[in-house]
Design a binder for this molecule. Structure first.
Ligand SMILES: NC(=O)c1ccc[n+]([C@@H]2O[C@H](COP(=O)([O-])OP(=O)(O)OC[C@H]3O[C@@H](n4cnc5c(N)ncnc54)[C@H](OP(=O)(O)O)[C@@H]3O)[C@@H](O)[C@H]2O)c1
Length: 262
């Protein structure tokens, strides 16, 4: 991460956001939980900084991103509601990166099967693309089905290429607590930078050290939009003009800031 760690969790009130907040706090980070409903503050123990903001309204996000060195995105809605998918799954990434005024390390939760075309998946995938285009240090984690693992399935398996498209737990399963652990660990991992992977669990014990798992993976292509080995089935040439404009806006934004600081 850049500077002394202040971690913002986006989607903090959600089923992955809550354990991600707890894990960041456990590791001693100044931990900030972004919620849209102030009543959700009661979900968190003393010591967690609560900021109220609406992911779909960038003008409400300034306090959330002020001074952060790491951002964990765990927000989301399922299904194929086109407006919600665009405004929440994609809009949250666009609006938070658009509001951010200094480089921060990013951990973005996406989903296994995200490259299988659907309205919901396509908007999540476009959110991934914004992160890659930003030039920020990042890790994109595509978890399998939450908490469908059996108690003896704790051994983490990191896959690439988004090869499993069944849309059922046969695509992979993973405990929520382990997703949170991987997201938080990626923020400080040298080996996790510019990596995109599916995260599932297989039979066996959890690994104590995640670094060898991160380090073994190849990085995403420097000149592309997608994760390494992803199918090339959402070409930029066919993308909405607003999406192309958003990519142009984020590309180089943080590089310019680093230059201005020197
Ligand atoms: N379930 C699975 O097996 C699985 C597997 C892989 C990926 N995923 C994906 O993981 C994502 C999160 O799932 P989850 O089960 O953790 O969901 P969740 O518990 O409903 O959490 C979603 C979070 O996003 C926030 N959010 C939703 N709509 C919002 C909006 N309009 N404005 C601001 N914040 C909003 C929620 O805030 P509020 O508390 O205010 O509503 C909550 O903090 C989903 O996109 C899902 O598709 C799920």
């Amino acid at each position: 991460m850049y500077g002394s760690p202040v971690v913002l969790v986006v989607g903090a009130s959600g089923s992955i956001g809550r354990p991600a907040v707890a894990e960041a706090f456990r590791l001693g980070y100044d931990t900030r939980a972004l919620v849209r409903d102030p009543a959700r503050a009661k979900l968190f123990p003393d010591g967690i900084q609560i900021v109220v903001g609406d992911l779909t309204r960038p003008e409400t996000l300034h306090a959330a991103v002020e001074g952060v060195t790491g951002i964990i995105f765990t927000h989301g809605i399922g299904g194929n509601d086109p407006q919600g998918a665009e405004q929440v799954n994609y809009g949250a990434v666009r609006n938070v990166l658009g509001t951010l005024q200094a480089p921060a390390r990013i951990a973005l939760m996406s989903a296994v099967g995200v490259t299988k075309p659907s309205i919901g998946h396509d908007w999540k995938r476009r959110g991934e693309r914004l992160v890659r285009a930003s030039g920020l240090t990042y890790t994109i984690v595509r978890p399998g089905w939450f908490d469908y693992n059996t108690p003896d399935q704790q051994r983490l398996v990191l896959r690439q290429g988004d090869t499993h498209w069944e849309g059922s737990p046969s695509d992979g399963v993973i405990a929520r607590a382990q997703i949170a652990q991987v997201l938080v660990a990626s923020l400080t991992s040298p080996g996790a930078n510019r990596k995109t992977f599916e995260l599932v669990a297989a039979k066996g014990a959890a690994q104590a050290d995640l670094e060898p798992l991160f380090s073994a993976l190849p990085v995403d292509p420097a000149d592309g939009y997608d994760g390494i080995q992803d199918r090339d089935n959402l070409p930029i040439a066919g993308e909405p003009s607003t999406v192309v404009r958003d990519l142009d806006a984020v590309r180089g934004k943080f590089e310019d800031m680093k230059c201005n600081k020197q």
